[in-house]
Design a protein around this ligand. Structure first.
Ligand SMILES: [Zn+2]
Ligand SMILES: [Zn+2]
Length: 369
């Protein structure tokens, strides 16, 4: 049996669909029939060549795509349950981190798996050798042995759950690293997919007020519908005014936590001045090497401020993401995050839509053809 995969041959060129043999799972491994794979901002940056996946160990051609959900096609010997102890069967819908830590390298041993020196990750493998299906823009995806995975509750549609394993888990983990607790104030810079998920996560964690900034009105309107207390269109106000607006709603102090999901390095300078003395700045959005910004370190010193860089997440964040989606099901307009879906054969059109930012999230629906 063969399956299709969209290959990135070279940045900025159309991806090419090729067929590869569907592998049998090794003991402990799982083969997933991908049903949905969203186009995340980092896929777009990788396709455009700004985010160099080769720097993480990838070679070209590669299969991009990592924000996905699917059904179990085949369970390797010994795989009986998911990571929460629920029994697993062929056909079950599951989500999983798009990466896996080895658990025994120096960084894992020191208790910091995010620095795993043997990290396994979607998009980095070579599709021309076993197990072939190494990225989400494909009919199948291969989970190597001892991979974390969770069964998806039947109440959650693919539309809603497909953003769980990247965007939603990432921001939940970001706030957990900065220690967000109820009643604390939050600034979110950027109201794309990550920003809206950050808003939902912060709200569920009890944050208030939550201020969201963006340059695109439809996104700010969505932020309102997801419960933002204040939205700020950055084209309508200069930086000093924006900082004043944030201070005004936080008793002149600034917020407890600011998170950058805009990907614009200059956001850091602005965001840091919106953070209160002793507060935290969480940097998630900037993934393009070499894009720099000038900051004055003395501001950090005198303000006792902490900057936290966050890449990847620990698997507990994905478990929490599923709980959050289940609890808010029907109360928040998650469906409106996904506006355009495309079959795999139209992956290039889907990328164009994602680039044009017409949709907050374009998605590849592997069941469409
Ligand atoms: Zn992503
Ligand atoms: Zn490791």
């Amino acid at each position: 049996m063969n399956g299709r995969a969209a290959l990135l041959i070279e940045p900025n060129r159309d991806m090419v669909i090729r067929e590869f043999p569907v592998p049998d799972p090794e003991p402990g491994a799982v083969v997933i029939r991908v049903t949905r794979c969203n186009i995340c901002g980092s896929d777009v940056h990788a396709w455009q060549g700004n985010f160099k996946i080769q720097g993480l160990g990838a070679s070209l051609p590669a299969i991009l795509g990592h924000e996905m959900v699917g059904r179990i096609l085949a369970l390797g010997e010994g795989v009986l349950t998911d990571s929460w102890g629920q029994s697993l069967h062929e056909g079950d819908r599951v989500v999983f981190p798009y990466f896996n830590f080895c658990g025994h390298c120096p960084s894992c041993t020191m208790g910091f798996p995010l620095g795993c020196q043997n990290l396994h990750m979607a998009m980095l493998g070579n599709p021309q050798e076993f197990p072939y299906f190494v990225g989400g823009f494909a009919d199948y995806y291969y989970l190597p042995p001892r991979h974390v995975l969770f069964k998806v509750p039947n109440t959650l549609s693919d539309d809603v759950v497909s953003g769980a394993n990247c965007a939603l888990s990432q921001v939940i983990y970001g706030f957990s690293r900065s220690g967000l607790t109820m009643g604390e104030s939050v600034v979110i810079q950027g109201a794309g997919g990550l920003g809206l998920y950050a808003l939902v996560a912060a709200k569920q964690m009890g944050a208030s007020p939550i201020i969201v900034l963006d340059a695109f009105m439809p996104r700010l309107e969505l932020a309102r519908s997801f419960g933002a207390d204040v939205v700020v269109h950055i084209d309508h106000y200069g930086v000093p005014e924006r900082v004043r607006m944030v201070r005004k709603v936080t008793a002149g102090l600034g917020v407890d936590h600011a998170m950058d999901v805009s990907g614009n390095p200059s956001a850091m300078v602005e965001g840091l001045s919106m953070v209160r003395p002793g507060g935290h700045y969480i940097e998630i959005g900037s993934i393009n090497l070499g894009k720099t910004v000038e900051i004055d370190p003395s501001r950090l010193v005198f303000g006792n401020k902490t900057i936290i860089g966050v890449s990847l997440y620990e698997p507990f964040a994905l478990k929490k993401a599923l709980e959050l989606l289940s609890h808010t099901q029907g109360r928040l307009p998650f469906q409106s995050l996904l506006q355009d879906s495309f079959p795999l054969s139209q992956i290039n059109e889907a990328l164009q839509v994602a680039v044009s930012r017409r949709a907050n999230r374009a998605t590849v629906n592997l069941e469409m053809e």
